[in-house]
Design a protein around this ligand. Structure first.
Ligand code: GRF
Length: 200
């Protein structure tokens, strides 16, 4: 069974969606460890309550690579095969990325490469796009970059507030993250340039 390491900083709903998918048999994997850089993350409490191994590794006042080394050590200890960033609000060092080549995924609440960075849903709303959505991609050391594994489209309604739009995007995030993890774990893909292509 492939072992997932999930990195969070806050609410943890994408972590929960992955946990739910595993529970109902939609995804064949196990969650080896949940790591939060933020001791107050709601997702950390949820993970513990649901019986997962969950730890906080605080990132405050520590150099990026030194921090990443601590996280890598934990991931290694737990024999993690695939790292899933789920609302983890930090850039990874090149060292981290090189330790898990093509084995780190991230989810972002826009159709990348549009609207990277913070408040992607608000950026989309204010830009006036009619469609936005979410993206799961491989992680490199740049922000919200790396080859795209899966996307889902969400229509922007004229009446949308930021929260309403974010809520509909989040529903798609929860669905699409599981799909992307499943594809990557299956190994049934190849990467050509930036393109992630399914192999039959
Ligand atoms: C999600 O919108 C995700 O796309 C972004 O951060 C948010 C995390 O939400 N990277 P949650 O912690 O998974 O509920």
């Amino acid at each position: 069974m492939k072992r997932l390491g999930i990195l969070i900083s806050g609410r943890g709903s994408n972590f929960e969606a992955i946990a739910d998918s595993i529970e109902v048999g939609r995804l064949e994997a196990e969650i080896a460890i949940v790591i939060s850089n933020n001791p107050h993350a709601k997702g950390l409490r949820t993970a513990k309550r649901r019986g997962f191994k969950a730890v906080c590794i605080r990132s405050r006042a520590i150099d990026r690579e030194a921090y990443d080394r601590l996280v890598i050590e934990k991931l290694r200890q737990e024999r993690v095969d695939l790292v899933c960033l789920a609302g983890f609000m930090r850039l990874l060092s090149a060292h981290f990325v090189n330790e898990y080549p093509r084995r780190i995924l991230n989810i972002h609440p826009s159709l990348l490469p549009s609207f990277p960075g913070l408040e992607a849903q608000l950026q989309a709303l204010e830009h006036g796009v009619k469609y936005t959505g979410c993206t799961v991609h491989f992680v490199d050391e740049r922000l919200d970059a790396g080859p795209i594994i899966a996307q889902a489209v969400v229509r922007v309604r004229d009446s949308d507030s930021e929260d309403q739009l974010a809520a509909r995007i989040l529903e798609e995030e929860h669905r699409v993250y599981t799909e992307a993890v499943r594809l990557v774990l299956s190994g049934d893909f190849r990467i050509e340039g930036r393109r992630v292509l399914r192999t039959p």
